[in-house]
Design a protein around this ligand. Structure first.
Ligand SMILES: Nc1ncnc2c1ncn2[C@@H]1O[C@H](COP(=O)(O)OP(=O)(O)O)[C@@H](O)[C@H]1O
Ligand SMILES: [Mg+2]
Length: 309
């Protein structure tokens, strides 16, 4: 496989306020081909955004490397565009101006005419010709996300990174935008990595679905190849003979991770219950005595030292 993006033995540890640390990801290895559409799926907090941010160059691995066309990713760059769930549009600018700003910055080497054409093409591509002069507060959530997608594609990035781009949208808008995104990605052959919670969205859009295990030390648990021909249509995908086996494989993995999480939290509960039983006399004294000083409590006859075991 010719690798366009390579994530090599990546680990990400976050320092914590209490002086400790949290190992979010460990031993992540992933190679992505040019033009591939990859989804990252896993339970909340498993490290999907952390991994995407490292590919974007918004954050750096604690260990290991991320390579884009054999160059180490050390900072954000115009060759990687990120689309977030909250659109991130400039509220005082119109749809057109928001897109123009990005195009003028990233494609400054092109002529004014060429840049104008690119802006207009991308406004049309997402079907927002009628709203091009409106500011974001006059647009619906779906329209705002269209602007964010058009802005990202207009700059002609090598790599498109989407972090739950449709998470805040209603089901109908979400469905329409998924189809639009699929169409745009297929036409432009842009390599894409998308974070999602949605199993059906992942199957519809992806060539491969990367499943992450729970943290701490999340790893790639499994990778599912979605072998459904393109261009894809939602109904054809649902009727594809492999659709239900893909779906059950993803759901089985997610349920298994949910079960592991539940068992771990039950163990924690049992540990803290046994701790609180052992320290019962002390807890009782504290509860009765509240926050008053030992001297006050002794005077009131409330202080009784914990029993020595
Ligand atoms: N800056 C940070 N400091 C400490 N912990 C963090 C930081 N960013 C993320 N984390 C932790 O890393 C884990 C993965 O986070 P994230 O990548 O946002 O998860 P996901 O996107 O899968 O929901 C979570 O447990 C989160 O609390
Ligand atoms: Mg996230």
């Amino acid at each position: 496989m010719s690798k366009f993006v390579a994530v090599e033995n990546v680990e990400k540890t976050f320092p914590l306020a209490n002086g400790g640390s949290y190992v979010a990801l460990k031993g992540i290895d992933l190679e992505i081909r040019k033009g591939e559409f990859i989804s990252l799926i896993g339970h909340s907090g498993c490290g999907k955004s952390t991994l995407l941010n490292m590919v974007a160059g918004l954050d750096l691995p604690t260990d290991g490397v991320v390579l884009l066309e054999d160059e180490e990713v050390l900072k954000p760059g115009p060759d990687r565009m990120v689309v977030f769930q909250n659109y991130s549009l400039l509220p005082w600018m119109s749809v057109r101006q928001n897109i123009e700003l990005a195009v003028n910055n990233v494609l400054a080497h092109l002529s004014v005419e060429e840049r104008k054409d690119i802006v207009e093409q991308n406004i049309q591509m997402v079907g927002l010709g009628h709203a091009a002069d409106k500011p974001p507060d006059q647009l619906s959530g779906g329209m705002k996300q269209r602007v964010a997608i058009a802005r990202a594609f207009a700059t002609k990035p090598k790599l498109m990174l989407l972090d739950e781009p449709f998470g805040a949208l209603d089901a109908l808008t979400r469905g329409n935008l998924q189809e639009k995104l699929m169409e745009i990605c297929e036409e432009n052959h842009v390599t894409t990595i998308m974070v999602t919670h949605d199993v059906d969205e992942a199957i519809l859009l992806s060539d491969r679905i990367v499943m992450l295990t729970n943290g701490p030390e999340s790893k790639i648990g499994q990778i599912l190849e979605v072998d459904i021909p393109r261009p894809r249509k939602r109904m054809e995908v649902i009727e594809h003979p492999n659709y239900y086996s893909y779906r059950s494989e993803l759901i089985y993995f997610l349920n298994q991770q949910k079960q592991i999480k539940k068992t771990a939290s039950q163990k924690d509960d049992r540990r803290s219950a046994s701790w609180s039983r052992k320290s019962e006399p002390r807890n009782w004294v504290c509860a009765v005595n509240g926050l008053r000083s030992v001297g006050d409590r002794q005077r009131e006859g409330l202080f009784c030292p914990p029993r020595v075991r």
